[in-house]
Design a protein around this ligand. Structure first.
Ligand SMILES: *[C@@H]1O[C@H](CO)[C@@H](O)[C@H](O)[C@H]1NC(C)=O
Length: 239
């Protein structure tokens, strides 16, 4: 068989069999219940878009070849008098356990993935670009580097970025972009390149606490991790 024809059949088989798909296992190591959410970047949503994890519990979800999207965890969820689920951090405002295509309302610690991207690699990161609500990590199964944000940044959060809960304690920490909506913090306008959007005193608070995580939009060099496509991942909340 001609090489080109063989390659075409190989690609067809890869897409039929779903080679390079991945299983994500989400584990709750926090001393409190969390409600993880999932959001696909483009295309159809995963089979689970939201679920509950008691302390110590874990749950898995499969993603198809080439999937890109994000995971996060809602905290402090309860059902209101009209039967809608509401969460005090990282709510997706679906009113339900399932987020059904709705993303996290910042501040939210995000676990971001692109499977089988450039060069046949998976790309993954912990992002604090939309702020922080709880510590989280990504551990590839099979040898690639983990990336983690283990610190509780809420305890280092300056008052101008702090989100306080009903009891007055800090439950989440906004990004400076979210808090001030200014181009130098959001890397917009004349600040829309890596060269013109350097770290700020606020992004450094996040970077100092969690050096492996994205602390602002152009923090790529120290924050994006890669692994050969085809592996599975464990996401741990409160690693
Ligand atoms: C960060 O810098 C801004 C502008 O110079 C200043 O107003 C603010 O107080 C600083 N905040 C922190 C936490 O250092």
């Amino acid at each position: 068989m001609e090489a080109k024809g063989f390659f075409a059949i190989f690609l067809a088989l890869v897409s039929i069999t779903g080679a390079f798909s991945a299983t994500f296992t989400l584990r709750n190591n926090c001393p409190y219940t969390v409600w993880p959410g999932t959001l696909t970047g483009g295309g159809s949503q995963l089979s689970k878009t939201g679920f509950v994890l008691a302390p110590g519990a874990s749950s898995s979800v499969d993603a198809p070849a080439g999937w890109s999207g994000r995971f996060w965890a809602r905290t402090g969820c309860s059902t209101d008098s009209s039967g809608r689920l509401r969460c005090v951090t990282a709510d997706c405002a679906s009113g339900r356990v399932e987020c059904n295509g709705a993303g996290a309302i910042p501040p939210a610690t995000l676990l971001e993935f692109t499977l089988n991207g450039n060069g046949g690699k998976d790309f993954y990161d912990v992002s604090l670009v939309d702020g922080f609500n709880l510590p989280a990590s990504i551990t590839p199964q099979g040898g690639c580097s983990s990336t983690t944000c283990r610190s509780n940044i809420n305890s280092a959060c300056p008052s101008e970025l702090s989100v306080r809960g009903a009891g007055g304690s800090i439950i989440a920490c906004k990004s400076a972009c979210e808090a001030f909506r200014q181009p130098q913090y959001c890397c917009t306008g004349s600040f829309n390149t890596p060269q013109t959007c350097p770290p700020t005193n606020y992004s450094r608070i996040f970077k100092n606490a969690c050096p492996q995580a994205y602390s602002y939009a152009y923090d790529d060099s120290s924050s994006t991790f890669t692994c050969a496509a085809g592996g599975n991942y464990v996401i741990t909340f409160c690693p």
